[in-house]
Write a protein that binds this ligand. Structure first.
Ligand SMILES: Cc1cc2nc3c(=O)[nH]c(=O)nc-3n(C[C@H](O)[C@H](O)[C@H](O)COP(=O)(O)O)c2cc1C
Length: 364
């Protein structure tokens, strides 16, 4: 079996799939369920000096129905509605009883986090992540936390900042970088009522899930290329393949929020299992071997020059590639058991390769 264990700034994770600050990490019991569901470590919902007063409704799936909703969510949730005292006395101890490393998330000003963090460290929590979502001021917050506690500190970045500049600026003050938080503000309107879905000011919400993943990928790769501390990827992870992609882009571990909201607390174990299967199939001994594998290729010029090819052993003649070929270069006829590519029409755009669910197409 491939080794899924990861050492993240001294935290020993049984696998690289963590919970993320959000409703699927909202209290001790939820975190304990995530541990039972196979998470490698537990990141808790953000806490601050005062409990949040959250608008309702505050989460909406993008599109109705099971498949569409996997595109993502908009949310207008803030930080935890549970008071800090309850986290310290009840929620963190319950999460810690899982035996997994627990990472608290704190916000927001340097003064606030300096007051909260030592109490969290005293409660036995093994690391602290800080969110700069509403405030910025990364270096000041990082310094305040470093002065206040001895446990590892992770900075969680918003995709709205220059992530490379911020990462370089805070590198020496933190033990790792978490990328990214949600993107926005965004909007969704219910056409049956003409009203926004969310109860926030202007109905605005923040984007997460599959739609966020390519933005998160770019941020993770850029940060990992710029700094020497671990990067933890978050944004649209819902499968083992997503996690592997993020690790190849430089991540040492991943966090999962939206997929846990949509699927439940067994999502972490499913994703870790899929990673293990993939590693075995591709003959890797350890998941850590993946970290940063793709980064050298991002500096090369990448182009498709060869002829398009189909592997007929893998092709099911489903026709998805034919439908999405805007150059009409592909012809599929299931009845006649025929697959043809017109090489003169084909522009090597790469679309057919990316839509094929069976990995049957390639261009040299
Ligand atoms: C409903 C909801 C609540 C969230 N609450 C927090 C939070 O309290 N603190 C935080 O740092 N990020 C929060 N996030 C952001 C997630 O931790 C994560 O960075 C983002 O959703 C992208 O990951 P995902 O695509 O797996 O959801 C929240 C996200 C959602 C959807």
């Amino acid at each position: 079996m491939p080794d899924l264990k990861v050492n993240l700034a001294g935290l020993k994770l049984r696998n690289p799939v963590l919970t993320a600050a959000g409703p699927a990490a909202r209290d001790g019991m939820t975190l304990l369920n995530a541990a039972t569901g196979g998470a490698g470590g537990l990141v808790a919902k953000t806490v601050s000096i005062k409990p949040a007063e959250v608008p309702n409704p505050n989460i909406t799936a993008l599109g109705r129905g099971r498949v569409k909703s996997r595109r993502g969510l908009l949310n207008a949730e803030l930080w935890s509605e549970i008071p800090l005292s309850q986290w310290l006395e009840r929620e963190y101890p319950i999460a810690l009883s899982s035996g997994l490393p627990v990472i608290a998330s704190v916000g927001y000003t340097p003064e606030e986090v300096a007051e909260i963090a030592p109490k969290i460290e005293d409660a036995g929590v093994q690391a602290i992540e800080f969110s700069t979502h509403y405030v910025g001021g990364h270096v000041e917050i990082a310094k305040a936390l470093k002065d206040a506690v001895d446990i590892p500190i992770f900075a969680k970045l918003s995709p709205k900042v220059d992530v490379v500049a911020v990462a370089k600026e805070i590198e020496k003050h933190v033990d790792g970088i978490v990328a990214i938080n949600t993107y926005g503000p965004c909007l969704r309107i219910d056409i049956e009522t003409g009203k926004p879905f969310l109860g926030s000011d202007g109905g605005e919400g923040w984007l997460s899930g599959a739609a966020l993943k390519p933005i998160a990928m770019r941020c993770v790769a850029d940060i990992a290329s710029a700094v020497d501390i671990p990067v933890i990827a978050v944004g649209g992870v819902s499968s083992g393949e997503d996690s592997i992609e993020f690790m190849m882009a430089g991540a040492s571990a991943v966090q999962v929020c939206t997929a846990a909201i949509l699927e439940g607390q067994t999502v972490y174990g499913r994703i870790a299992g899929e990673m293990s299967d993939w590693l075995k199939e591709h003959q890797y001994e350890s998941v850590s071997q993946l970290t940063g594998l793709a980064l050298p290729h991002l500096k090369e010029k990448h182009s498709l020059r060869g002829k398009p090819q189909v592997n007929l052993e893998k092709c099911t003649l489903c026709g998805l590639c034919e439908k999405s070929c805007v150059y009409n270069a592909i012809t599929v006829n299931k009845k006649k058991d025929f697959f043809g590519i017109d090489e003169d029409r084909c522009q090597r755009c790469g679309m057919c390769i990316s839509v094929c669910p069976f990995y049957a197409l390639s261009v040299g």
